[in-house]
Ligand binder design. Structure first.
Ligand SMILES: [Zn+2]
Length: 453
């Protein structure tokens, strides 16, 4: 009799655990630190390959399955940005091998500027030595394989779990569009907009132990400058290390948010990167210990590819630039586009991916391509109800995504950054409208409606 009662109790307890956990979650990681000296991305003033590492750089994957068996995989890569050429190939392989549809794979990059050059990203930033071109090609092929492997490993690790959400605040991100009499420069603009939200997602196993922590922040990983030649994840790399120390057994991973016009402040030294990393980790730990909101319900996901148009250019635009420009990057960009004109395939527009993942009626993750400026996050969060994370640097990092106002003001995010990215010039005036339309469409597809005014 007593034995039967004990058995009954333990079955009831098991049922309680299972029903409290709507989701299954799998976690995996792979070290993607280059093993040979390779050119570093992000800064145009690099003069030699990067070598050695402050700490390893990682690709980390979080696979989530809801009660109906719908799956989504969130991937954080400590890289400058994944170009579509790699993301789409990885997504196609994942779809074939693991039956995860493209809309359910979210590939974010932390935008570390002390990571390796990635093939087809920032194509005209450097005149690379031929041996480096080959090394970058090899690394990029290897990277694609690692990403497919780590996604497969996370899917293979699916176990009952609870997922919780909370939000903290970090203040070291500073607007960098400084207005001067000579125009907008990359500087420090304390009165410009920033988004200091620190969203945190925690995954707990059936035993209550933290298995994964996904945190985000809208701030360039540029504490370290172009004079630093060791690989690292910059501040968010240090944050993950601190979080994993404080939460043994957990995997911590970072999503870069809408950080296009945001720099860490102060910046310039390894000690500052470590300090920002620790500051952010302390805030994430505070959120973890302050009563988070459990997430529940079905996963909904959608991916919209819109088109962004460039301001009109002609062959003469680049003939002029090739002849007169003193900048290597501008000459390289001009030659690249002259070749495209010769081949009768000039670039007038680019595809632009905007993705959304929603947990039941709760948290929504909006994940956009490119270096999205913070203004998009602020206005979208003001327009929609509930918890919304707005990430940039997802699925394709092909250039900056400025606002219409920035196109009028000029500066790096609107104009100069297009050169290193190999794009043919600033966007046409309707860029903001087109991005906003894609955001509205993808959020509608996951069932999110704007607040009624
Ligand atoms: Zn950037």
């Amino acid at each position: 009799m007593r034995r039967a009662a004990v058995l009954f109790l333990s079955v009831a307890a098991l049922c309680a655990v299972v029903s409290a956990a709507d989701y299954k979650v799998g976690v995996a990681r792979v070290d993607i630190t280059p093993t040979k000296p390779i050119w570093m991305s992000g800064y145009g003033d690099r003069t030699k390959p990067g070598e050695g590492a402050v700490h390893p750089i990682w690709a980390k994957a979080l696979a989530i399955e809801d009660a109906k068996g719908r799956r989504v995989v969130l991937v954080s890569t400590e890289l400058i940005g994944l170009p579509r050429a790699i993301s789409d190939l990885v997504a196609a392989r994942v779809e074939q091998q693991y039956k995860v549809p493209r809309a359910a794979l979210v590939l974010n990059s932390t935008h570390t500027h002390t990571g390796p050059f990635v093939r087809y990203n920032l194509i005209t930033m450097f005149d690379l030595p031929p041996d480096q071109v080959e090394r970058i090609r090899e690394y990029s092929v290897w990277l694609g394989d690692q990403l497919v492997t780590v996604i497969g490993a996370a899917l293979g690790d699916l176990k009952h779990a609870t997922i919780e959400y909370g939000q903290g605040k970090g203040t070291f991100a500073m607007n960098r569009r400084e207005k001067t009499p000579k125009g907008v420069i990359i500087g420090v603009n304390p009165s410009g907009p920033s988004d200091h939200a620190v969203p945190v997602i925690r995954v707990k196993g059936a035993d209550g132990k933290t298995r994964a922590i996904l945190f985000g922040y809208a701030c360039h990983n540029t504490t370290l400058t172009g004079s630093f030649y060791q690989f690292s994840g910059d501040y968010s790399g240090f944050t993950s290390i601190e979080l994993e120390k404080a939460n043994p057994g957990a995997t911590a991973m970072f999503f870069q948010l809408a950080a296009g016009d945001q720099n860490p402040e102060p910046r310039g030294t390894l000690a500052m990167a470590e300090q920002h990393g620790k500051t952010l980790a302390a805030e994430v730990n505070r959120v973890l210990n302050s009563g988070m909101k459990p997430l529940s319900g079905s996963l909904q996901m959608a991916l919209v590819n819109t088109t962004l148009r460039f301001a009109l250019h002609t062959r003469e635009t680049f003939e002029e630039e090739a002849k007169t420009s003193k900048s290597t990057a501008r000459r390289l960009r001009a030659q690249y586009h002259l070749k495209l004109y010769d081949e009768r395939r000039p670039v007038y527009q680019i595809p632009y991916p905007v993705q959304a993942v929603r947990f039941g009626n709760g948290l929504t993750l909006l994940a956009m391509g490119g270096e999205v400026v913070v203004e998009y996050a602020l206005k979208t969060k003001a327009k929609y109800p509930g918890d919304l994370i707005v990430a940039g640097y997802t699925n394709d990092v092909m250039c900056y995504i400025p606002t219409a106002q920035m196109l009028k003001e000029g500066g790096y995010e609107a104009n100069d950054s297009m050169v290193g990215y190999g794009q043919p010039g600033p966007f046409a005036e309707d860029v903001e409208e087109r991005v906003d339309d894609a955001i509205a469409l993808v959020l509608k597809q996951v069932g999110l409606r704007p607040v009624k005014r």
